[in-house]
Design a protein around this ligand. Structure first.
Ligand code: SAH
Length: 217
């Protein structure tokens, strides 16, 4: 069962978590404030409330995880979200990262390949707080051509290669942040699209994500 109560104890734990993320090197105050605004314990079973405020990934069922808060902050910071930008997120999972992007006032389109996880979010009442957050069931390798182009794209699963369709769905001048590699660890990449033929690639730290898989289930 989920709880929807956000007490002073929760707020206190959350504020400590945000302090620890700041100490780990996240400097974007808008991102830190967004994490402060989203009660992460709402996204886990109420039995795991305390763990919600540890800086760790956590299982959410179907062999998937809610990303580590530091990782969510890191990817959000690299994405340099501006209000009203149209952002495609691949890998809705718990919808925690999607809510952080929505707190940054982005128009979020998020896609999940696992029907059970997608369905679980349909009855998650906290998500009503974000009227511009839209959730889709589908394969992130294909993106959402109907809604393209996007200002930014964020992949929250380990991409074995750069998904071509996603590059196409990105506006020139826009960027895509993704953990790239097939191994146990992936290097965070930021691709900035110049025009339809070219992009600039920057590499950052290593992380460990669950794999981005082809097709739906
Ligand atoms: N952003 C999530 C992280 C979830 S883990 C959160 O904040 O909780 C990564 C998610 O990516 C998993 O739910 C997994 O099912 C999903 N995923 C993996 N491959 C995918 C694909 N090709 N398309 C869409 N989602 C995918």
């Amino acid at each position: 069962m989920r709880t929807s109560e956000d007490t002073y104890l929760h707020k206190g734990l959350r504020s400590k978590l945000i302090d620890s993320i700041r100490e780990k090197g996240i400097t974007d105050e808008a991102v830190l404030n967004a994490l402060l605004s989203v009660p992460r314990h709402f996204f886990l079973d109420s039995a795991f409330e305390k763990q919600a405020y540890e800086d760790r990934a956590f299982p959410i069922g179907e062999d998937q995880t809610i990303s580590q808060p530091y990782t969510v902050a890191y990817q959000s910071q690299l994405l340099e979200v501006k209000p009203f930008e149209k952002i495609l997120e691949v890998g809705t999972g718990s919808a925690y990262q999607a809510c952080v992007l929505a707190e940054l006032k982005a128009k979020v389109y998020t896609i999940e390949r696992q029907k059970k996880l997608f369905d679980a979010n349909k009855s998650f009442s906290f998500l009503k707080k974000y009227p511009t957050l839209r959730m889709f069931y589908g394969d992130g390798f294909e993106g959402l051509p109907t809604y393209a182009p996007f200002d930014k794209i964020l992949i929250t699963a380990a991409a074995p290669h750069i998904p071509e369709a996603l590059l196409e769905q990105l506006k020139p001048g826009g960027c895509m942040v993704l953990p790239l590699d097939e191994g146990e660890y992936q290097r965070m990449h930021k691709l900035t699209k110049i025009d339809h033929q070219s992009y600039v690639q920057e590499k950052f730290d290593e992380f460990s994500f669950v794999p981005m898989l082809v097709g739906k289930r």
